[in-house]
Design a protein around this ligand. Sequence first.
Ligand code: AMP
Length: 302
Amino acid sequence: MGILAVGSVALDSVKTPFGQEEEVLGGSATYFSTAASYFTDVSIVAVVGEDFPEQHISFLQKLGIETAGIERRPGKTFRWKGEYGFDLNTAKTLDTQLNVFADFLPKLLAEQRKLEFLFLGNIDPDLQRNVLEQMERPKLVACDTMNYWIGNKLDSLRKTLARVDILVINDAETRQLAREANLVRAARVILGWGPRTLIIKRGEHGCLMIDRKSAFGTPAFPLEEVVDPTGAGDSFAGGFLGYLAATRANDQAALRKAVVFGSVMASFNVSEFGPRRLAALTYAEIEARFREFRELTHFEDI
Ligand code: AMP
């Protein structure tokens, strides 16, 4: 049991209509692992620079996350700067500095190669495949990406997608990737490239899971206060894959429950800057919101 997560471990500078924070702990692997740590063991593979505060490593370790695979290298840590407008649904990237990620060649630890669940977080698709190729026999591979890689490394991304089971991306990325405006048709195009399931996150509108035979949709949890949506996608993925890894189930019913656990984790994450709220949760709070979700979407066929 347990998940290997590759992705960015970053210093983020984020501005939303409700505030602004500089150089906070962020990155796709960070948000994913923090969310998944409530369900199962997680081990990260990533790189940080000499400037990365040691306290951020302790933050992850306190959640029980295995950080031995986070390499520290000469140079600067990956940095991302983004801004959100009033609807908070789409991030505008102001700056991406790959820094130590530009020439990172991950070498998995022996224990990491054996893990059964793999999350290829948002990072260079060459790196995603490099990690995938070092795994012994993963049972389930889920993947995320973003406009930056769709725009800059499409050929490589297509090669990664040919080898993953589940792709988790947002609606704008789905349209951009498939070059198709209609979301359902775009999903069909992408399913033709390899993944057997596509999960399309639609911000405050919830999410849609599509495979070749069926579709399943959930709303987002109706929140009165959203402060910073950064990491919502990755915390969704963490709750989703964390639940599947913990139960070792992979059927339609489990996938649907996993989507709800993903939505629960994302809903907690957006109420504060950085992964702070996510890190302070109890499992009882997660379960309570899961039940509220059931209430939210339940109706009788009378
Ligand atoms: P999301 O869950 O989509 O909001 O992801 C937010 C995280 O993605 C931020 O913490 C960023 O550090 C990270 N990020 C932004 N751009 C990139 C990129 N090009 N590659 C890898 N990670 C990124």
